[in-house]
Ligand binder design. Structure first.
Ligand SMILES: C[C@H](O)[C@H](O)[C@H]1CNC2=NC(N)=NC(=O)C2=N1
Length: 98
């Protein structure tokens, strides 16, 4: 498998969340964040933006859409946990979320 990202340790994950991803929580080997938008379509537009990002990275979040609340769950499925790819995608999601 070419260039698969390495699993991060719990300490590395906790430090990254503390220092760079304060909106996120660690839940069972995944990073999780909910974003509340003003309207349903604002949420859908956020999903569409994140979808483009995910495609460009070939790294895709799980996305839960509940009216105006979008929940993103980010992990590296093939690696079976959290890697740098997830930290990068989470940062991009924060930028898109505004
Ligand atoms: C074949 C394709 O490159 C792989 O399935 C990619 C797609 N997107 C992915 N997204 C995430 N979150 N984890 C993966 O392991 C992953 N693998």
């Amino acid at each position: 498998m070419s260039g698969m990202a390495e699993l991060l340790t719990d300490d590395q994950i906790d430090q990254a969340v503390r220092d760079h991803l304060p909106e996120w929580k660690v839940d069972e080997n995944a990073l999780v964040r909910s974003v509340k938008k003003d309207t349903f379509l604002d949420g859908i537009r956020l999903v569409a933006t994140v979808a483009q990002l995910a495609e460009s990275m070939n790294h895709h979040p799980d996305i839960d859409i509940r009216y105006t609340t979008i929940t993103f769950r980010v992990s590296s499925h093939e690696a079976g946990g959290i890697t740098d790819d997830d930290l990068v995608l989470a940062r991009h999601i924060d930028t898109a979320a505004g």
